[in-house]
Design a protein around this ligand. Structure first.
Ligand code: SAM
Length: 160
């Protein structure tokens, strides 16, 4: 019989420490629902990790993992999605809302330029000052879904 993992009793679920590797810089100062597709951001990489940018410019797209630092700690389980009509409440793990147990986000962005210690990207949905956790090159053979992709109908009613 399997025993459900619990935050109280499972040592594997003890808190972890993550260390940002850089900061997002752009003109969006507050969390808001806008169309982020053409927003330009500069990713400022911490001095210690600048060497890790070697050959990043050979990719067209990157995956940026970031910490939505202005989300207050949250125990939300069901997301009402009240901003949208005809969109059902869903479990938090069934949507991309920023309210999460760990406010970690991932976005695929277009790479515009790489300079010493900086990357210019387009389409990152993170506000100015957001801590960056990691950067990975978008690699279709790894990142494209295998098999037929299914999403619920309500996903098409949202704006991105
Ligand atoms: C819906 S989340 C999705 C993030 C990512 N694309 C994902 O799917 O994991 C994006 C929203 O989070 C909010 N946001 C961005 N940066 C944030 C930050 N540092 N703190 C709090 N909220 C943030 C903005 O309102 C933005 O529209």
């Amino acid at each position: 019989m399997s025993v459900a993992a619990s935050l109280e009793t499972s040592p594997e679920l003890a808190p972890l420490i993550v260390k940002p590797i850089g900061i997002v810089r752009n003109e969006i100062r507050e969390p808001e629902y806008i169309e982020w597709g053409e927003v330009c951001s500069r990713l400022e990489i911490a001095e210690e990790w600048r060497g890790a940018l070697q050959t990043v410019e050979s990719y067209s797209h990157l995956m940026v993992l970031f910490w939505m630092h202005q989300v207050e700690s949250c125990k939300i389980v069901h997301v009402p999605q009240g901003r949208y009509r005809d969109v059902p409440a869903v479990g938090m793990f069934a949507c991309r809302c920023p309210y999460r147990p760990n406010p970690i986000a991932v976005s695929v962005v277009r790479l515009r330029a790489v300079r010493e210690g900086e990357i210019d990207v387009i389409g990152l949905d993170a506000i100015d000052g957001t801590p960056i956790l990691d950067i990975k090159p978008y690699t279709p053979v790894l990142d494209e879904a295998k098999g037929e992709v299914r999403v619920p109908d309500w996903v098409h009613k949202l704006t991105y």
